[in-house]
Design a binder for this molecule. Structure first.
Ligand code: NAD
Length: 295
């Protein structure tokens, strides 16, 4: 079997197309574009390139995005003060704040993230937004989890009554995705198993999956023998491999071998990544519309 390739890049472009129209309608109604402020700390090349991609995508749909930089030697207090200031308008009107992760080791990441007010939390990390998601009445859904669900719905891959196995239990990806896939409604109603670093017999769990999601950060973790023939495989992992000059991005899935077994599979790059960005834009527009009572 050769798996159907789930093209996240094409879907993200289509989503951006409709967002562009909605952003224009918002701007006509409110007299301004939705506004996103991204906080970029330090000089990690990967973070800089993710932030640049987010800013470019925002510009494509008409969202005004500003990148605010902080030095990598900053401490928790100064970052908390910066984020608090942005929330109070120090960098102009704001509908959404995103703090690009990871933060430097000396910084208390949770303390900084908790400073982002729930109504500006377009990443969906605030306890209030996580709580709303867990109660089945989501407001801002973490972007990668939302992107994975959107991809499944768009590809008409049934989730209701199917067994979804998610490998990775982070607050950013695995945990919210488990909640989403188990929640009622389109793209939900799945039976979910959440695996992690302490899971025994990982391969057995994976082989039981109709839908297998890898969100770990370990190249080659999911091999062909761990995939039931015909299963859908979603690769969230982003890993840079190879020596300088020849470095390339791969996911957590042994793509070539697994594509010969799976029914459908996402590539890396061009799978989940572009959808994460599209969902960030959708959350920013939602935040702006909620602010002026349009939703
Ligand atoms: P994380 O480090 O916070 O969590 C990793 C998870 O994997 C943990 O829950 C851990 O228990 C689990 N794990 C580690 N080793 C394991 C093993 N051997 N077997 C089973 N589980 C194991 O990572 P994260 O922030 O959730 O990101 C995971 C990956 O997804 C990374 O590669 C990251 O770059 C990528 N990512 C991609 C996107 C995207 O848009 N495509 C967005 C966010 C993260």
């Amino acid at each position: 079997m050769t798996a159907r390739i789930l093209d996240g890049k094409a879907l993200a472009a289509a989503i951006e197309g409709s967002l562009h129209e909605e952003v224009e309608a918002f701007a006509t109604a409110s007299g301004r574009a939705p506004r996103l402020v991204v906080v970029l700390v330090g000089d990690l090349p990967a973070s800089a390139s993710y932030v640049a991609a987010k800013a470019r995508a925002a510009a494509r749909v008409g969202i005004d995005a500003e990148v605010v930089r902080a030095t990598g030697s900053c401490d928790t207090a100064s970052l908390v003060a910066l984020v608090r200031g942005i929330a109070h308008g120090s960098h102009g009107p704001v509908d959404g704040i995103l703090v690009q992760l990871p933060l430097p080791r000396q910084v208390d990441t949770l303390a900084v993230l908790d400073t982002v007010p729930a109504d500006l939390d377009v990443d969906g990390f605030h306890p209030e937004n996580a709580g709303l998601l867990s109660q089945g009445r989501p407001r801002f859904i973490p972007c990668t989890a939302a992107g994975v669900q959107r991809l499944l719905v768009d590809a008409r891959i049934a989730t209701a009554g199917r067994h979804a196995v998610i490998v990775g239990r982070s607050d950013i990806v695995g945990k919210p995705l488990a909640l989403l896939l188990a929640s009622r409604g389109p793209g939900g109603d799945a039976t979910v198993t959440l695996c992690h670093s302490r899971t025994t017999d990982l391969a057995d769990h994976c082989r039981a999956a109709d839908i297998l999601v890898a969100a770990v950060g370990q190249p080659g973790l999911i091999t062909a023998d761990m995939v039931r023939p015909g299963a859908t495989v979603i690769d969230v992992g982003i890993n840079r491999v190879g020596e300088d000059g020849g470095s390339r991005l791969v996911g957590d899935v042994d793509f070539a071998a697994v594509a010969a077994v799976a029914g459908a599979i996402t590539p890396v790059p061009g799978g989940v990544g572009p959808l994460t960005v599209a969902m960030l834009l959708a959350n920013t527009l939602l935040a702006a519309e909620l602010r002026i009572g349009r939703r």
